[in-house]
Write a protein that binds this ligand. Sequence first.
Ligand code: GLA
Length: 340
Amino acid sequence: MISSTRQEASLKELYKGDFQIGAAVNPVTIESQKSLLTYHFNSITAENEMKFSSLHPQEEVYTFQDADRLAGFAKEHQMAMRGHTLVWHNQTPDWLFENGQGGPADRALLLERLRSHIGAVVGRYKDTVYCWDVVNEVISDDTADKETFLRPSKWLEIAGIDFIAKAFEYAHEADPKALLFYNDYNESHPCKRDRIYRLVRSLLDQGVPIHGVGLQAHWNLFDPSLDDIRAAIEKYAELGLQLQLTELDLSVFRFEDRRTDLLHPSEEMLERQAELYEAVFRLLREYRDCIGAVTFWGAADDYTWLDGFPVRGRKNWPFIFDESHRPKPAYERIAALANR
Ligand code: GLA
């Protein structure tokens, strides 16, 4: 049973003076989680519907319908909306990198297509979307290779490193008011953190219009450590940009853990998750002057991408609301913290 009347305090109200509280949504969850979303959250992000493949599957074809519905939901409920995402190595169609004659696109063609895509998409949602994850996940995870800095991709191969700067410039051109973010995961691991910092610092030095760093925050009960999270926030804060947690979830499993026997989270897991959420939110409040929003990558445990990753079909319980949308111990801790 999904409860429709809510007794607990609204999270967005509790955190009004600190930062926005966001959730990733899709056309199904804006219906199935509607009362939860509108009661607790004041910001949304489209889970998949604004990605390149979703919006622009063929060169001459744009498919805005699902994204329009989500933008309409944000408007109807006076929620802020984050745009996600303009440049990524995943969920991006092949045609973009091809020249239509059986060969690869060249740099000029790729950048022209990027400009036209960004112009159409950012332009369309200008009245609803106040910030964009312009570039997502271009930093390499390969810690063994000290020289590796950027992830190998078609973007890099064809256009060279400045596809990154160009994307920000095109987005700024399309909507000069929009806040433009660089977004990445494993953002609190020291090696990746320093690479992200180096990239953003060099963009700033080149005068590129970039206004924020998105920490995806796909974390779990064991990793990263709070010390690493704090160190990452401090390091990014030195850039003088707005920081946001953009995709927060706390998996109950270690990343390497492939167990599939659990039908319910154990009491111990829920307690540990509550402690961790409390510690994370305490830390975020300390840095509220530079943190603009905290967005969960979902809203309640009935729907999470972690049910399919990294183990297909294994249930996970990463949020502060349970499968019936009731507050979990983690919610209670976060709520209590806000009142202190
Ligand atoms: C990354 C992307 C998101 C989403 C998640 C997994 O973090 O930025 O758009 O695809 O992976 O769902």
